[in-house]
Design a protein around this ligand. Structure first.
Ligand SMILES: Nc1ncnc2c1ncn2[C@@H]1O[C@H](COP(=O)(O)OP(=O)(O)OP(=O)(O)O)[C@@H](O)[C@H]1O
Length: 728
């Protein structure tokens, strides 16, 4: 739709006017920040001058205390005002160069037409209290995301507002200059979205608030359901939705929810870095970010090393399918990740109430102080059989600490006696007593800690007993055993209290096993959950297979299942090509952006792969790519590729392994499972030869790798191409 020159001039004028207001307000706030800042410093420096200190009698003491309290109150009031002004100033600085990105004109039934400008945060006219810019998260801003011009409505805390949208306009404002604007007609698609999607990507993920789509907006703003499950095709914006949802919830519940009460489980640390800019760009603090692996290792403790999920995967991808050890491992993994296994554990734990509990001896070097038999005897005879297990363990702790106290007293007496007899020690009896007491206390320190943390419970021993296996875990815990071991521990001694967590977000949820998901649910009993995943991209063995399964896992509470089927990342050609890799795909649609067809390149021999890929990289730079990933199947293939490629490239090339924590753009070589969740202008699959990808379990991995591409996809192969890619 064409926009008249008059309208354009009006918009330019308005933008100028808003910027002047922002500048004026910034100036005012800068003064306040400066003034409050020096006030705070002043109060801190002269704190004691203002306090009347008199401690001669009770009344004076009380007066002194009151005076300190009063002075503290003044200080925190000043600090609060300072923080508030600083926060507002930062907000204005963000708005200054890009105050808003959209406008809608809306006529509420029975009211006058209103122009609503929407930006990253709101701006109020201090004098008239008029809202000059609405925050994108305000209820009314929903209109922009949900409707095209025509009848429209939105939900407010007091009910539904119905009316008519007469205009929907989007702006591209850069460095304070209005570069372009588009009006959306009833039938015209989202021009702005197409412009954004056609761009090249250089680095970390960016926010999408200027072009959130209706299906995404629904998920971002859903506050009704305690459990949200999102199936989203590759590139449909799951991670984006998760992050904008965090920003939305922080805005909506700003008086009761903080960033520390939200946690995001992401696939790996590299990914954490990749997404780390989004919330700060939106003016919000990042929520806690972690990986399940990190949780496992931290909870198991330093004594044992938990195998990495990627090590497990590396093994499964590299071992021969005929190897009996491989087959056994696959079976074991399938068993230990199932809910059936959890039920079997529950039965075993039930039994432990009567028999079979195991402890470690309390010992100092070789000397046993409290034997495991004694501990077992205490458990079954001195703790109430009908009490819950954690309560019984609490009793055990008390009992052990008591016993340690007695033993420590005995040691003290012996030491003291020895000192008295030994002419080497000089000093009064009292001094020697104190010395001996100190030595005894120190000697018992580690044992007391063991008791307090209930480390005398032999969790691993019981786990082995349950499995009916004799070989005890030495220093490494296989990935598939780590969660069951922690589950056993939690049920026996009580779940760690992570109750303050109100929102838990699990990205790549399809890579968790049913056992793990149920475990996570119990870890955060009071939290609301957002689980986002794509069954097409399930790369781990025995992960969740269906959404009914997921719903069952989280059941009971209000649960909603959303589907996002449009893929925003890749061109139409790449999407169609990658669909062919899947056998029974979840639905995927394109948003209509077109590009080159993916290219399969046959290479006569492996020695020539690097040279050919070098040429491909060159071609892709020429086409304007700013980020290129050469994706390999495993870490070992990645290392080989990196070594052979690094001398063939004119540009710098980065190797990415699971030890890489910082996301780098440019040219990278990366294993497929780490490329998960990331995206690049161009993707090169290192070798899609039949010898490399042939098992059906590798289908989803290959799919995941190919769907990382925005604009171009090149696939190289030696020998025959993989049968997983249908020939045209
Ligand atoms: N509404 C939108 N407007 C503009 N860009 C969008 C929108 N939704 C998604 N995108 C872009 O599409 C790309 C894919 O988004 P994102 O990584 O969130 O998808 P995903 O579903 O998590 O993908 P995957 O599962 O394949 O890793 C990103 O570049 C994102 O910025």
């Amino acid at each position: 739709m064409s926009i008249s020159q008059r309208e354009l001039d009006q918009e330019v004028d308005r933008l100028k006017e808003i910027q002047i207001r922002i500048q004026t307000e910034m100036g005012r706030l800068e003064e306040i920040v400066h003034y409050r800042g020096s006030e705070v410093l002043d109060i801190r420096r002269n704190f004691w001058d203002e306090v009347t200190v008199n401690t001669s009698d009770y009344y004076d003491l009380a007066e002194t205390a009151a005076s300190i309290t009063q002075q503290q109150a003044v200080l925190s009031q000043e600090e609060r005002s300072h923080r508030h002004a600083l926060k507002n100033l930062r907000k204005l600085k963000r708005l200054h160069h890009n105050p808003y990105f959209a406008r809608i004109d809306f006529i509420e039934k029975g009211e006058e037409a209103e122009k609503i400008y929407i930006g990253l945060s709101s701006l109020v006219d201090e004098d008239t209290h008029e809202l000059l810019i609405y925050d994108w998260r305000a209820p009314i801003s929903s209109l922009f995301y949900d409707y095209t011009p025509g009848p429209a409505g939105y939900q407010t805390p007091v009910g539904w507002i119905q009316g008519e949208m007469t205009l929907k306009r989007q702006y591209i404002i850069k460095n304070g200059i209005l570069e372009n604007m588009f009006d959306t007609g009833i039938s015209i698609g989202d021009t702005m979205l197409q412009v954004l999607l056609a761009r090249n990507t250089e680095g970390k993920m960016s926010h999408i608030v200027t072009t959130i789509q209706r299906e995404q907006n629904q998920i971002i703003r859903d506050d009704q359901h305690e459990i949200l499950i999102v199936q989203g095709a590759a590139g449909s914006g799951k991670t984006s939705v998760a992050l904008q949802r965090v920003a939305y919830l922080l805005y909506k519940h700003r008086n009761s929810l903080t960033a520390e009460q939200m946690v995001l489980f992401s696939p790996n640390s590299l990914f954490n870095d990749y997404v780390s800019n989004v919330l700060p760009e939106l003016g919000e603090a990042n929520m806690l970010q972690t990986t399940f692996q990190e949780h496992l290792q931290r909870s198991i403790g330093k004594k044992y090393k938990v195998e990495d999920a990627y090590e497990q995967l590396e093994y499964l991808l590299s071992a021969s399918e005929e190897d009996p050890a491989y087959l056994k491992r696959v079976q074991t993994i399938e068993r230990k990740t199932s809910l059936l296994f959890m039920e079997q554990m529950d039965r075993y734990i039930e039994q432990l109430k009567e028999t079979g509990i195991q402890f470690h001896d309390f010992r100092v070097r070789a000397k046993v102080l409290i034997s495991k038999e004694t501990l077992t005897e205490w458990f079954y005879h001195q703790t109430p059989a009908d009490a819950p297990l954690p309560a019984r363990m609490e009793k055990m702790k008390e009992r052990a600490l008591e016993e340690l106290e007695t033993l420590q007293e005995r040691l003290f007496k012996n030491l003291f006696k020895k000192m008295l007899r030994n002419p080497k020690y000089l000093g009064t009896d009292e001094e020697m007593k104190a010395e001996s007491r100190k030595t005894a206390r120190k000697a018992f320190g580690p044992l007391r800690r063991t008791a307090k943390q209930l480390e005398f419970l032999d969790i691993i021993g019981m786990y082995h007993n349950f499995l009916n296996e004799s070989s005890p875990i030495q220093e490494g815990i296989p990935y598939e055993d780590a969660t069951p071991i922690l589950y056993l521990k939690a049920v026996l001694i009580g779940w760690p209290t992570i109750n303050q967590m109100k929102q838990v977000i699990v990205d790549e949820a399809q890579d968790y096993s049913p056992f793990q998901l149920r475990y996570i649910r119990r870890l955060f009993p009071r939290a609301r959950f957002t689980l986002l995943g794509d069954l097409n991209q399930g790369i781990h063995h025995a992960n969740v297979q269906s959404y009914t399964h997921l719903e069952e896992l989280f059941g009971q509470t209000p649960t909603a299942l959303f589907q996002m089927t449009k893929s925003y990342r890749s061109t139409h050609e790449i999407i169609e090509f990658t669909k062919g890799i899947l056998q029974d795909p979840e639905p995927i649609e394109t948003v209509g952006r077109s590009g080159d067809k993916p290219k399969m390149v046959a290479v006569p021999s492996e020695d020539l792969l690097a040279t050919e890929i070098g040429k491909g990289v060159h071609e892709l730079w020429q086409k304007g790519s700013k980020s290129i990933a050469i994706i390999c199947k495993t870490e070992s293939e990645t290392r080989v590729a990196f070594e052979t490629l690094k001398n063939k490239m004119d540009q710098e090339i980065h190797l990415i392994t699971k030890e890489t924590f910082v996301f780098k753009g440019g040219l990278v070589v990366i294993p497929a499972y780490l490329a998960k969740g990331l995206e690049f202008d161009s993707v090169i699959i290192y070798n899609v030869g039949e010898k490399v990808y042939h098992r059906s379990t590798e289908r989803k991995l290959l799919y995941t790798a190919c769907t990382r591409a925005l604009h171009h996809l090149f696939l190289y192969f030696t020998g025959e191409p993989t049968p997983l890619i249908p020939s045209e």
